[in-house]
Design a binder for this molecule. Sequence first.
Ligand code: HEM
Length: 187
Amino acid sequence: MSKEVQTNSAAPQAARDDTISVRSVQEGGPERRSSITAEIMERTGIDETMIERLVRTFYDRVRQDTLIGPIFAARITDWEHHIAKLCAFWSSVALMSGRYHGQPMQRHVGLPIGGAHFDRWLDLFEATAVELCPPVAAAHFIERARRIADSLEMGVATQRGQFYRPRHSNRELDLRSLEASGAETSR
Ligand code: HEM
């Protein structure tokens, strides 16, 4: 398998591979990117409609959550704008479409968040992905969400002079149990 579409569950190495792969897709130009996007869509079944449904449902749940909801409520006034940005983000992350241009780390380092917030964010995201997406697609989203959560969690900690190891992306992700838990709702 080529480096551009490699999915690896080992956290730090995988995060570095993704950095490399985004760059090499950019260097390859739009044609190369669209063939990679097409390959991922074909293999996972993910498309922009699935991404928007996942993002909207997830943030509906986030807004109702008593632990992380208030952190968003204090900062986001235009939810449609935030949703559009997050759809572009997930399109870039999951489909390598290059639609998102932003700096998530900078947006998170000043937030009053720590391990418990990342745990809750991932619990909600993973449950939503399993519920709404077929297992291969859910696994694709979840692997990437865990790697990014690790990266943000470590970045936030470093900013405070603390040191965290990755602790989400090295957890088991069992496709069969995803299949079992999502079977009733995602079909
Ligand atoms: C501890 C859990 C988290 C909380 C409480 C949180 C909260 C927030 C808030 C309040 C914003 C808006 C910041 C602003 O515009 O000033 C934001 C933006 C964003 N978040 Fe998170 N977040 C969390 C975890 C994550 C994770 C795990 C990801 C990705 C997998 C993520 C992806 C993003 C992205 C892409 C943006 C938009 C950044 C931009 O403006 O370009 N967040 N988040």
